[in-house]
Ligand binder design. Sequence first.
Ligand SMILES: Cc1cc2nc3c(=O)[nH]c(=O)nc-3n(C[C@H](O)[C@H](O)[C@H](O)COP(=O)(O)O)c2cc1C
Length: 197
Amino acid sequence: MNSPLVSDATLDVLFRKARSFNGFTSQPVTDEELRKLYELAKWGPTTANSQPQRVVFVRSAEAKEKLAPALSAQNTKKALGAPVVAILAYDMRFFEHLPRLFHNPNARSWYETTPEQIRTTALRNATLQGAYLMVAARAIGLDCGPMSGFKNDVVDAAFFPDGRFKSNFLCCLGHGDPSTLPPQDYRFAFDEACQIV
Ligand SMILES: Cc1cc2nc3c(=O)[nH]c(=O)nc-3n(C[C@H](O)[C@H](O)[C@H](O)COP(=O)(O)O)c2cc1C
Protein backbone atom coordinates (compact mmCIF):
# COMPACT_ATOMS: atom_id res chain seq x y z
CA MET A 1 0.00 0.00 0.00
CA ASN A 2 1.19 3.54 -0.75
CA SER A 3 2.09 5.53 2.31
CA PRO A 4 -0.26 8.49 2.87
CA LEU A 5 0.84 11.90 1.58
CA VAL A 6 0.07 13.44 4.95
CA SER A 7 1.21 12.11 8.28
CA ASP A 8 -0.77 9.75 10.47
CA ALA A 9 -0.93 12.48 13.08
CA THR A 10 -2.57 14.80 10.53
CA LEU A 11 -5.09 12.12 9.58
CA ASP A 12 -5.97 11.80 13.27
CA VAL A 13 -6.53 15.56 13.53
CA LEU A 14 -8.66 15.73 10.39
CA PHE A 15 -10.61 12.49 10.75
CA ARG A 16 -9.89 9.72 13.23
CA LYS A 17 -9.63 11.68 16.45
CA ALA A 18 -11.72 14.67 15.40
CA ARG A 19 -15.02 14.92 17.27
CA SER A 20 -18.26 16.86 17.09
CA PHE A 21 -18.28 19.22 20.05
CA ASN A 22 -21.25 20.47 22.02
CA GLY A 23 -19.12 22.23 24.63
CA PHE A 24 -16.43 24.82 23.95
CA THR A 25 -13.90 26.70 26.04
CA SER A 26 -14.26 30.47 26.38
CA GLN A 27 -11.32 31.04 23.98
CA PRO A 28 -12.68 33.34 21.28
CA VAL A 29 -12.49 32.76 17.52
CA THR A 30 -10.88 35.71 15.76
CA ASP A 31 -11.72 37.36 12.44
CA GLU A 32 -8.34 36.18 11.23
CA GLU A 33 -9.19 32.55 12.04
CA LEU A 34 -12.54 32.84 10.24
CA ARG A 35 -10.85 34.29 7.16
CA LYS A 36 -8.19 31.59 7.24
CA LEU A 37 -10.93 28.98 7.51
CA TYR A 38 -12.78 30.28 4.46
CA GLU A 39 -9.59 30.75 2.43
CA LEU A 40 -8.78 27.07 2.91
CA ALA A 41 -12.25 25.58 2.57
CA LYS A 42 -13.03 27.48 -0.65
CA TRP A 43 -10.75 25.20 -2.68
CA GLY A 44 -13.00 22.15 -2.39
CA PRO A 45 -14.67 21.06 -5.64
CA THR A 46 -18.28 21.91 -6.57
CA THR A 47 -20.39 21.34 -9.68
CA ALA A 48 -19.09 23.63 -12.45
CA ASN A 49 -17.17 25.43 -9.70
CA SER A 50 -20.54 26.90 -8.65
CA GLN A 51 -19.66 27.44 -4.95
CA PRO A 52 -23.29 27.96 -3.87
CA GLN A 53 -22.50 28.12 -0.15
CA ARG A 54 -22.92 31.42 1.69
CA VAL A 55 -21.85 31.72 5.32
CA VAL A 56 -22.90 34.01 8.15
CA PHE A 57 -20.59 33.75 11.16
CA VAL A 58 -22.76 34.57 14.17
CA ARG A 59 -20.48 35.83 16.92
CA SER A 60 -21.93 38.98 18.52
CA ALA A 61 -24.47 38.85 21.35
CA GLU A 62 -26.88 40.73 19.11
CA ALA A 63 -26.61 38.19 16.27
CA LYS A 64 -26.89 35.26 18.71
CA GLU A 65 -30.09 36.81 20.08
CA LYS A 66 -31.44 36.84 16.52
CA LEU A 67 -30.52 33.18 16.07
CA ALA A 68 -31.83 31.95 19.44
CA PRO A 69 -35.56 31.63 18.56
CA ALA A 70 -34.70 29.24 15.70
CA LEU A 71 -32.78 26.75 17.85
CA SER A 72 -34.33 23.52 19.13
CA ALA A 73 -34.58 23.19 22.92
CA GLN A 74 -31.73 20.63 22.94
CA ASN A 75 -29.45 22.85 20.89
CA THR A 76 -30.06 26.29 22.40
CA LYS A 77 -27.53 26.11 25.20
CA LYS A 78 -24.95 24.29 23.07
CA ALA A 79 -25.13 26.78 20.20
CA LEU A 80 -25.32 29.95 22.27
CA GLY A 81 -22.36 28.71 24.34
CA ALA A 82 -20.15 28.37 21.26
CA PRO A 83 -17.83 31.26 20.39
CA VAL A 84 -19.20 31.30 16.81
CA VAL A 85 -22.15 29.65 15.10
CA ALA A 86 -21.76 29.54 11.33
CA ILE A 87 -25.02 29.60 9.39
CA LEU A 88 -24.20 27.54 6.32
CA ALA A 89 -26.61 28.56 3.61
CA TYR A 90 -26.96 28.21 -0.16
CA ASP A 91 -27.70 30.70 -2.89
CA MET A 92 -30.81 29.87 -4.95
CA ARG A 93 -29.41 32.09 -7.72
CA PHE A 94 -25.91 30.62 -7.69
CA PHE A 95 -26.01 30.21 -11.49
CA GLU A 96 -25.79 34.00 -11.96
CA HIS A 97 -22.12 33.79 -10.97
CA LEU A 98 -21.20 30.97 -13.35
CA PRO A 99 -19.91 33.20 -16.18
CA ARG A 100 -17.24 34.43 -13.74
CA LEU A 101 -16.62 31.07 -12.04
CA PHE A 102 -16.55 28.49 -14.83
CA HIS A 103 -14.57 28.34 -18.03
CA ASN A 104 -17.49 27.19 -20.19
CA PRO A 105 -19.70 30.21 -21.00
CA ASN A 106 -22.76 27.95 -21.45
CA ALA A 107 -22.75 26.81 -17.82
CA ARG A 108 -25.35 29.29 -16.62
CA SER A 109 -27.96 27.82 -18.97
CA TRP A 110 -27.30 24.30 -17.64
CA TYR A 111 -28.25 25.29 -14.10
CA GLU A 112 -30.83 28.08 -14.50
CA THR A 113 -33.67 25.56 -14.48
CA THR A 114 -36.63 24.78 -12.22
CA PRO A 115 -36.61 25.86 -8.55
CA GLU A 116 -36.51 22.18 -7.58
CA GLN A 117 -33.45 21.40 -9.73
CA ILE A 118 -31.74 24.62 -8.66
CA ARG A 119 -32.31 23.68 -5.03
CA THR A 120 -30.96 20.15 -5.56
CA THR A 121 -27.73 21.44 -7.11
CA ALA A 122 -27.32 24.23 -4.58
CA LEU A 123 -28.01 21.99 -1.60
CA ARG A 124 -25.74 19.18 -2.83
CA ASN A 125 -22.81 21.47 -3.41
CA ALA A 126 -23.32 23.67 -0.36
CA THR A 127 -23.44 20.54 1.78
CA LEU A 128 -20.14 19.40 0.29
CA GLN A 129 -18.76 22.87 1.03
CA GLY A 130 -20.00 22.48 4.60
CA ALA A 131 -17.94 19.30 4.90
CA TYR A 132 -14.89 21.03 3.43
CA LEU A 133 -15.38 23.81 5.97
CA MET A 134 -15.44 21.36 8.86
CA VAL A 135 -12.28 19.58 7.72
CA ALA A 136 -10.60 22.96 7.11
CA ALA A 137 -11.59 24.08 10.61
CA ARG A 138 -9.91 21.03 12.10
CA ALA A 139 -6.82 21.66 9.98
CA ILE A 140 -6.39 25.17 11.39
CA GLY A 141 -6.98 24.13 15.00
CA LEU A 142 -10.69 24.85 15.40
CA ASP A 143 -13.32 22.38 16.53
CA CYS A 144 -16.82 22.01 15.07
CA GLY A 145 -20.29 21.20 16.32
CA PRO A 146 -22.57 20.73 13.30
CA MET A 147 -26.33 21.06 13.94
CA SER A 148 -29.50 20.54 11.97
CA GLY A 149 -31.79 20.87 14.99
CA PHE A 150 -33.21 24.31 14.24
CA LYS A 151 -36.07 25.91 12.30
CA ASN A 152 -34.74 26.78 8.85
CA ASP A 153 -37.65 29.12 8.10
CA VAL A 154 -36.99 31.13 11.28
CA VAL A 155 -33.27 31.48 10.45
CA ASP A 156 -34.11 32.43 6.87
CA ALA A 157 -36.63 35.09 7.94
CA ALA A 158 -34.15 36.58 10.42
CA PHE A 159 -30.96 36.46 8.36
CA PHE A 160 -32.00 36.14 4.71
CA PRO A 161 -35.30 38.07 4.44
CA ASP A 162 -35.15 38.57 0.66
CA GLY A 163 -35.43 34.79 0.13
CA ARG A 164 -32.39 34.37 -2.09
CA PHE A 165 -30.28 32.45 0.45
CA LYS A 166 -31.62 29.40 2.31
CA SER A 167 -30.10 27.94 5.47
CA ASN A 168 -28.71 24.40 5.23
CA PHE A 169 -27.15 23.59 8.60
CA LEU A 170 -25.38 25.30 11.47
CA CYS A 171 -21.83 24.69 12.56
CA CYS A 172 -20.60 25.79 15.98
CA LEU A 173 -16.93 26.75 15.90
CA GLY A 174 -14.45 27.18 18.69
CA HIS A 175 -12.00 25.33 20.84
CA GLY A 176 -13.72 22.18 22.02
CA ASP A 177 -13.85 21.22 25.67
CA PRO A 178 -12.93 17.50 25.67
CA SER A 179 -14.53 17.00 29.11
CA THR A 180 -17.96 17.46 27.46
CA LEU A 181 -17.50 14.61 24.95
CA PRO A 182 -19.31 11.27 25.10
CA PRO A 183 -17.32 8.22 23.91
CA GLN A 184 -16.81 8.12 20.15
CA ASP A 185 -19.52 6.13 18.37
CA TYR A 186 -18.98 3.23 15.99
CA ARG A 187 -18.34 3.81 12.28
CA PHE A 188 -19.33 1.18 9.70
CA ALA A 189 -16.54 -1.08 8.60
CA PHE A 190 -15.67 -1.11 4.90
CA ASP A 191 -17.65 -4.30 4.20
CA GLU A 192 -20.76 -2.91 5.86
CA ALA A 193 -20.86 0.27 3.82
CA CYS A 194 -19.01 -0.41 0.59
CA GLN A 195 -18.91 -2.80 -2.32
CA ILE A 196 -16.30 -3.14 -5.00
CA VAL A 197 -18.07 -4.41 -8.11
C1 LIG B 1 -25.55 17.74 9.44
C2 LIG B 1 -25.39 17.41 10.90
C3 LIG B 1 -26.40 17.73 11.79
C4 LIG B 1 -26.25 17.49 13.14
N1 LIG B 1 -27.22 17.95 14.01
C5 LIG B 1 -26.99 17.91 15.33
C6 LIG B 1 -27.87 18.56 16.24
O1 LIG B 1 -28.87 19.17 15.85
N2 LIG B 1 -27.57 18.52 17.58
C7 LIG B 1 -26.47 17.87 18.04
O2 LIG B 1 -26.22 17.88 19.25
N3 LIG B 1 -25.60 17.24 17.20
C8 LIG B 1 -25.83 17.25 15.87
N4 LIG B 1 -24.93 16.67 15.00
C9 LIG B 1 -23.72 16.00 15.53
C10 LIG B 1 -23.71 14.49 15.26
O3 LIG B 1 -24.55 13.82 16.16
C11 LIG B 1 -22.25 14.00 15.33
O4 LIG B 1 -21.54 14.64 14.30
C12 LIG B 1 -22.13 12.48 15.17
O5 LIG B 1 -22.80 11.82 16.18
C13 LIG B 1 -20.66 12.05 15.16
O6 LIG B 1 -20.04 12.44 16.35
P1 LIG B 1 -18.45 12.52 16.47
O7 LIG B 1 -17.99 13.42 15.35
O8 LIG B 1 -18.17 13.13 17.81
O9 LIG B 1 -17.89 11.14 16.33
C14 LIG B 1 -25.08 16.85 13.62
C15 LIG B 1 -24.08 16.48 12.71
C16 LIG B 1 -24.22 16.77 11.38
C17 LIG B 1 -23.08 16.43 10.44
